[in-house]
Design a binder for this molecule. Structure first.
Ligand code: G3P
Ligand code: MG
Length: 261
């Protein structure tokens, strides 16, 4: 039943100390979504070619529980298929074209599995912020599955992945499976109770839409002990301002524009 709200998840006591990862100031958003179809292997490779050291991508589950890189709940916008991701088997998703909607030159690009993406990260020495983006009703399952996969198969020589989500339930489930991975809570705009939510899942960072950040808000988040990162920042002047306020990193579709700021 996809519409059912998940039960509240109690996170197990985390006893180990989580070290904040060395996250660079510029993180390629969905790979390098300004230059390639988002969340594809091509997008990850182009981010690396443009000089990004880290990328962000979204992960969710195909109907059978396999992890794929995908943003929306439906296939319609970024593939030549239609329908709900949560109701589509991996085999059918793999048969879709995930590139030509963006540009004819990317025709034939496929929706990657998480494991396929991990191979590319290792090959290009890319660190990653893995955003858990559960389809409605699959919050706990997606958080658990993603954390188990990262724990089992994350390339050992890369810095630990930074796990984030807008879903507290998904992040709590991930934390229970892999408490050692640093976590960031995602907001569009931080709500009144942002601090309680961040404490609930043991976050070390808050990721926000840059339009809802100002100097005072960044200062308040940082004074509470959290690193602040901002999405999606494609304008150089905006990046300069955010960094001057103490924002630690920005997610950008155009890493080439912001690197060197
Ligand atoms: O993780 C930062 C950013 O990707 C969050 O928004 O919708 O682009 O996944 P969205
Ligand atoms: Mg994302």
């Amino acid at each position: 039943m996809l519409s059912r709200r998940p039960a509240k998840i109690k996170i197990k006591k985390v006893t180990m100390e989580i070290h904040p990862p060395q996250v660079p100031r510029v993180i390629g958003h969905r790979g390098a979504a300004g230059h390639a179809p988002e969340n594809t292997i091509a997008s990850l490779k182009i981010a690396a070619a443009l000089g990004a050291h880290w990328v962000e991508f979204d992960v969710k589950l195909a109907s059978g529980g396999e992890l794929i890189l995908f943003h929306d709940n439906t296939l319609d916008r970024t593939t030549d298929g239609k329908g709900k991701v949560a109701e589509t088997p991996l085999g059918q998703i793999k048969a879709l074209d995930a590139g030509k909607w963006y540009q004819a030159g990317f025709a034939g690009e496929r929706v990657p599995t998480l494991d396929e993406a991990l191979v590319v990260l290792a090959r290009f020495s890319l660190g990653a912020n893995v955003e858990i983006k559960p389809c409605p009703g699959r919050e706990r399952e997606t958080g658990e599955t993603a954390a188990q996969a990262l724990k089992a198969r994350w390339p050992g020589r890369l810095p630990a992945p930074l796990v984030s989500s807008f879903s507290v339930a998904a992040l709590a489930a991930a934390a229970n499976q892999a408490p050692e991975f640093p976590r960031a809570l995602l907001f569009r705009e931080p709500p009144e109770n942002w601090r309680a939510l961040a404490e609930e899942i043991g976050a070390t960072a808050i990721h926000c839409n840059h339009q809802f950040l100002d100097r005072a808000r960044v200062a308040a988040l940082r004074e509470a002990g959290y690193a602040v990162r901002a999405y999606t920042v494609n304008d150089v002047r905006a990046a300069v301002q955010l960094f001057s306020w103490g924002v630690a990193s920005v997610f950008t579709d155009y890493p080439d524009r912001i690197i060197g700021v």
